[in-house]
Design a protein around this ligand. Structure first.
Ligand SMILES: [Zn+2]
Ligand SMILES: [Zn+2]
Length: 136
C-alpha cells in the first residue's frame, strides 16, 4: 500500500477501489466471495502462484485507507501463499497487486482437484470470513 489516492475499479462488474500506483485492491469483506466466484485467472496469475509467500508482509503495518486504523495481517488460509490485510472496523480487505488473483486461482484449482474435497478452498474462505465477523 502506498500513499496514492485510490480510484474506482471493477472486477467482473463488482466495484472495488484500486491504487493506480501500486495496483493494490481495496475490497469489502462481503465482496471477496462474489469476486472469487466471478473472476477467472490468467496464465500469468498461475505463474505467480509458484512464488512463495512473503512472510515479512505479516510484519507490515498498514493504515486503513478509510479510518486510518492499523489493519491486521493474515496469511490467507486457502494456500497460505497470500498475506492480506484487513480492517475489522470498516470490514475492508487490502490485497497487494496479484493477491486477489492468487486467492481466486487457488480456490478454483482446489475445487477441480478432488471431488470429495471439492469445496475445501471455499470452505476455508468462508470460515476465515466468519472468524473475522466474530472478532468484531
Ligand atoms: Zn498504492
Ligand atoms: Zn478502517
Amino acid at each position: 500500500m502506498c500513499a496514492a489516492t485510490l480510484v474506482a475499479a471493477a472486477v467482473n462488474r463488482i466495484r472495488i477501489l484500486a491504487c493506480p500506483n501500486c495496483h493494490g485492491n481495496l475490497i469489502k469483506q462481503s465482496e471477496l466471495e462474489p469476486i472469487i466466484e466471478s473472476a477467472p485467472p490468467t496464465d500469468s496469475d498461475i505463474a505467480r502462484l509458484n512464488c512463495p509467500p512473503d512472510y515479512t508482509e505479516l510484519q507490515r503495518k498498514f493504515a486503513c485507507p478509510s479510518c486510518q486504523g492499523i489493519m491486521e495481517s493474515y496469511a490467507y488460509a486457502g494456500t497460505g501463499a497470500v498475506i492480506i490485510q484487513s480492517c475489522g472496523t470498516c470490514q475492508l480487505i487490502w490485497l497487494d497487486f496479484g493477491e486477489l488473483s492468487k486467492i481466486v486461482w487457488s480456490s478454483q484449482h482446489t475445487e477441480e482437484s478432488t471431488p470429495d474435497e471439492g469445496n475445501y478452498g471455499k470452505t476455508i474462505l468462508i470460515l476465515w470470513l466468519r472468524s473475522l465477523d466474530n472478532a468484531i
